[in-house]
Design a protein around this ligand. Structure first.
Ligand code: XLS
Ligand code: NI
Length: 441
């Protein structure tokens, strides 16, 4: 089958367009207007929305208690390359119909892993060429690539942190090929998610040695990529647990500390996922803020968790409060550095209509767009910013300013406090801040 994709997979669904918030059409954007300018950039540029290849074209809906509920037309061929090309055709059709510009992939989302390493290498090379043609024909780009170093049984004790060197080497080989594919596809970033880089039990784990190995591994990945001319960002994706009991990239603060300890902070940034943040007992906006402060806000994996479940449900985003607060941080940070917003989200197991995947992405894009518009209004026309600044105004002049400038020692603080006498309480005004957010939503 040619690159143009002779076959139509999403029959009966046309181009998804912006129709405005009064539209009754469920297959239209109500807030996401790609060319609309907000805070100096178009929405398209702010978000760089990406489709995740694995959930959207590989997720059949299986869970711990049952198999898949969706059978994809593009899986009709048993022969792996034919099936993979079919899947790529479906992916590019879907992304084009959504009007998005990007996709994200694992090596073995593109094609089924082979029986041997050599066979996998060949398959991957074939599919990279095929995707390159499709990319050139459509202009749809790779936001990031990554290697799946967690599904195969060989990685049950970890990949880069496996206690068996031969597995570490195998992971290295796999990452090399995934990075080669990403570079060949002009991928803008390379992600590493360490789903099994951690432990199931600390009793059988030499944590210090494993962390050293992980750093050594990432250093070699970085050096190889740069030698091959890769200029994009390397991104670590924090997640505290699942599938491991404990994962080393627990949250943003932990991951930043790790990167700095091993001198990797110049090349690596973070890919922040909403449901991973909440699994770590943080909010999404907290994680964005931590990364932004460190200059490491690289990219976003958009989804949401469930208030009542403690696991990674990876639902499509639809919590306007959460995303609006996140967009406040996003706008103030000047957006993400080099990355975008990848929908690392899956439709529910009982969502089995062909249109459901469209509805999910439309909802996700609309929530981000609406939140961006709201956050921009809050910043530009509400008292939010000035109220917050006001809380710190005692540091703007006088002794407070001297403290910030490092000109006061502990004895100076003692003298000032003694002279001050009793201090008047200053309200935190939390409810006022909350009301302002709600007013603009
Ligand atoms: C899983 C992760 C995964 C990464 C890519 O929890 O979010 O999907 O984004 O390996
Ligand atoms: Ni993710």
């Amino acid at each position: 089958m040619g690159v143009s994709g002779a076959k139509e997979f999403y029959k009966g669904i046309g181009q998804i367009n912006f129709e405005g918030k009064e539209s009754d059409n469920p297959l239209a954007f109500r807030y996401y207007n790609p060319d609309q300018i907000v805070a100096g950039k178009t929405m398209r540029e702010h978000f760089k929305f990406a489709i995740s290849y694995w959930h959207s074209f590989g997720g059949h809906g299986s869970d711990l208690f049952g198999g898949g509920t969706r059978s994809f037309v593009w899986d009709e061929y048993k022969e792996p390359i034919r099936a993979a090309k079919n899947r790529a055709d479906a992916a590019f059709e879907f992304i084009s119909k959504m009007g998005f510009d990007y996709f994200c992939f694992h090596d073995f989302d593109l094609v089924q892993e082979g029986e041997t390493f050599a066979q996998s290498e060949l398959r991957l090379a074939t599919m990279t060429d095929y995707l390159k043609e499709k990319k050139n024909a459509t202009g749809i780009k790779a936001l990031w690539g990554t290697a799946n170093c967690f599904s195969h049984p060989r990685y049950m004790n970890g990949a880069a942190t496996n206690p068996d060197f031969n597995i570490v080497a195998r992971a290295g080989a796999q990452v090399k090929l995934a990075l080669d594919a990403t570079i060949a596809l002009d991928g803008e970033n390379f992600v590493i998610w360490g789903g099994r880089e951690g432990y199931l039990s600390l009793l059988n784990t030499d944590m210090a040695r494993e962390l050293d190995h992980m750093a050594q591994f990432l250093t070699q990945v970085r050096d190889y990529g740069r030698q091959q001319g890769f200029k994009g960002g390397f991104l670590l994706e924090p997640k505290p647990m699942e599938p491991s009991k404990h994962q080393y990239d627990f949250d943003c603060a932990t991951t930043i500390g790790f990167l700095r300890e091993y001198g990797l902070e110049k090349d690596f940034k973070l890919n922040i996922e909403v449901n991973h943040a909440t699994l770590a007992q943080h909010t999404f906006q907290h994680e964005l803020e931590v990364a932004a402060k460190a200059g490491m806000l690289g990219s976003i994996d958009a989804n949401r968790g469930d208030y009542h479940n403690g696991w990674d449900t990876a639902q499509f985003p639809n919590n306007i409060q959460e995303v609006t607060e996140a967009m406040l941080v996003f706008l103030k940070a000047g957006g993400v550095q080099g990355g975008g917003v990848n929908f690392d989200a899956k439709i529910r197991r009982n969502s089995t209509d062909i249109e459901d995947i469209f509805l999910a992405h439309i909802g996700g894009a609309d929530i981000f767009a609406r939140a961006l518009l709201t956050a921009d209004k809050i910043i530009t026309s509400s008292p939010y910013e000035s109220l917050r600044a006001q809380r710190y105004s005692s540091f703007d002049t006088g002794k407070g300013k001297e403290f910030e400038d490092g000109k006061l020692n502990l004895t100076d603080l003692y003298t000032i406090a003694k002279e001050n006498g009793e201090i008047q309480l200053q309200s935190g005004k939390q409810e006022l801040f909350e009301n302002i957010i709600n007013r603009y939503i």
